[in-house]
Design a protein around this ligand. Structure first.
Ligand SMILES: Nc1ncnc2c1ncn2[C@@H]1O[C@H](COP(=O)(O)OP(=O)(O)OP(=O)(O)O)[C@@H](O)[C@H]1O
Ligand SMILES: [Mg+2]
Length: 235
């Protein structure tokens, strides 16, 4: 098992958002967390990344306990995230944004190899590699944010709503790349409101409601679940 969250409680100050959350992610999987606005999806990502404290429970990654560990050490251990809002360095050219992501590696040959792989996947980034990131469209920024996370050669990629604010064709373009990312040995934990699209490409999924996991199963089981269909697919 690559990631295990066990009976996690977390939140902001005195406000508890997550209650008794347990999830598991095996190496090589794409796993989805689905849930409505405010369910606690981003909070769970923050707790895994160590930017929010665990008030109870444990988080284990790649054989180590990581709750309470500094976020930059968690990144070094092999977790990369693409947060909502993307957080790029707008004043820097595209390629510098990517190389900063790769800095964590120290291995220059590996950085080059990752850069070429990312440029192959997102040719638009290569064409515009000298352009400033802030001049990018929303879709291009999302490609860049994903590229920067992938530059670190993570074992686990946390994606928080990669589809947000993007045109359907761009959403499809980005989602279509995820199996290739997984096939390169990068496990993916995907948080999405596009329930249909994310569960379809996931081996398993969890449904988060009001900070608690209320359902779990294979992607296909969840897509066939009446409660999920009524709540999230409107059918
Ligand atoms: N910085 C914060 N301080 C206090 N409360 C917060 C903070 N960030 C989020 N919350 C609260 O935590 C709850 C869960 O928010 P969270 O952002 O995790 O939801 P989400 O499932 O990611 O929603 P969305 O789909 O809208 O992104 C919400 O009630 C929200 O108001
Ligand atoms: Mg969120």
């Amino acid at each position: 098992m690559l990631l295990e969250v066990k009976n996690l409680d977390s939140g902001y100050g005195d406000v508890q958002v997550l209650t008794n959350v347990s999830i598991k992610v095996d190496a090589g999987e794409i796993v989805s967390i689905v849930g409505a606005n405010g369910a606690g999806k981003s909070t769970l990502i923050r707790a895994i990344m160590g930017t929010l404290p665990a008030k109870a429970g444990e988080i284990h990654f790649d054989g180590r306990r990581i709750d309470g560990v500094e976020p930059h050490m968690i990144a070094r251990a092999g977790i990369a995230q693409v947060m909502e809002g993307r957080r790029l360095f707008g004043h820097m050219p595209v390629e510098d944004n990517l190389l900063i992501g790769g800095d964590i590696l120290r291995d220059k040959a590996r950085q080059r190899e990752n850069l070429e792989w990312i440029y192959g996947m997102f040719p638009r980034l290569k064409e515009r590699r000298h352009q400033l990131a802030r001049s990018f469209s929303g879709g291009e920024q999302q490609m860049l944010a994903i590229g920067r996370a992938l530059m670190t050669s993570p074992k686990l990629l946390l994606l928080d709503e990669p589809s947000i604010g993007l045109a359907p064709i761009m959403v499809k373009f980005i989602f279509d790349k995820l199996p290739a990312v997984r096939d390169r040995g990068i496990t993916i934990l995907l948080v999405e409101q596009d329930v249909h699209r994310s569960l379809n490409m996931s081996s398993r999924g969890y449904v988060l409601e009001h900070g608690e996991i209320v359902l779990s199963g294979t992607g296909q089981e969840l897509l066939g679940n009446e409660r999920l269909r009524a709540a999230y697919l409107g059918i």
